[in-house]
Design a protein. Sequence first.
Length: 406
Amino acid sequence: MSFNGNEINDNETIKQPNNNLSEEDEEILKTLGVSTNNKKDKINGSLSKGSQKVDSNKENKSKIEESEDKEATNKFIKRYMNDSRLNGITFQSTVEENIINLAVSSLNMSSNNNISILSFNQEDKEEEDNNININNNSIILKSKVECSFPVSSILFSPHLENKNLLISTSDLLYLYSYDNEKISLNAAFTKRRKDYCGPLTACDWSHVNNSIVGVSSVDSTCSLWDLNKKEVTYMSIAHDKEVYDISLGPDEFTFMSTGADGSVRLSDSRTPNSVNILFETKEKIPLTRIKWNLLNPNFILTVVVDKNEIYVLDQRDLTYPYAILKVHTNVVNNAIWAPQSNTNFISVSDDKSALIWDIYCDSNKPEEYIMKYEAKYEIENVSWGDVTKNWIGIIDGNQAEVLRIQ
């Protein structure tokens, strides 16, 4: 496995999002598991293997090497620029005539939010003329829909049967469809609790049942929805505090969740009100992200809030984490498993890097990640499509980048 790509053109101008947030806005973003660190320091994107960074700006670099690097960049990195800060990203579960679709969402505290459908041809090579910006014709905006509230998460269906369906969470659970190159709202699911319904923080789609999705909320609940019946099939008070993330399991009944109480919990809809605490952090430090490895269900990824720590958990022995990774030099924003491997995962951070790991490769030396990509700005989110396995999508600032691996 290798990342492909190299230096980002120094002449590129990337519009940075407005980070002058009020205390109230910062609290909302923190609740949604989004870092509020100020975006500073521009650096050139670069690629390296292992923990040995390749310096793409060495003065003795030959013209031949520069030409090869430009070709690699044009072929293996594509970008889309938005006019405001982005957060969510997800790939559609199909590739037709080499066309890959993905969706990105904004995260503004104002009412000006949207979900955009993007498209690119994975076989395209961009122009190599030095006078042409490498962003030209890389990713095309196909359609956009406005949203009333900040979007906390988005997800395309992983099933080919309903490949054009997309869910998102904010104040409610929304279902969209993408047909004839246009995205449109199908339904907004409102029937939750009669007394109180806080903002929704995350969603996940069952890989077993194409109509079942899971949702987590700041009101301490997790719920399972049947999209066909348009009703809640299961709901429980899953945590003692806000729930930040949910990950559905290898069947349609079980899921894991994590949140502000610093615990990882397992729920089973067949046994209502039965929630098992699998793991808790010391001093109950909140956990913002969780991902269940569906190819190897023993393993779980979770991320510590406002820290550079990733926990790899093994359900066969939860007395202590299988690994605690502290290689990132700033806050880790997300970590997800590779769809084609039961041992690889990728993490992204405010240190502007995306790292690929192998949990069975030198597990006693977790600092030895196997690949690294550096962006210009802090990387907020990442997606690795079930079908588009050679492409990884990341969000940094107000741009989406897709990176090809092989």
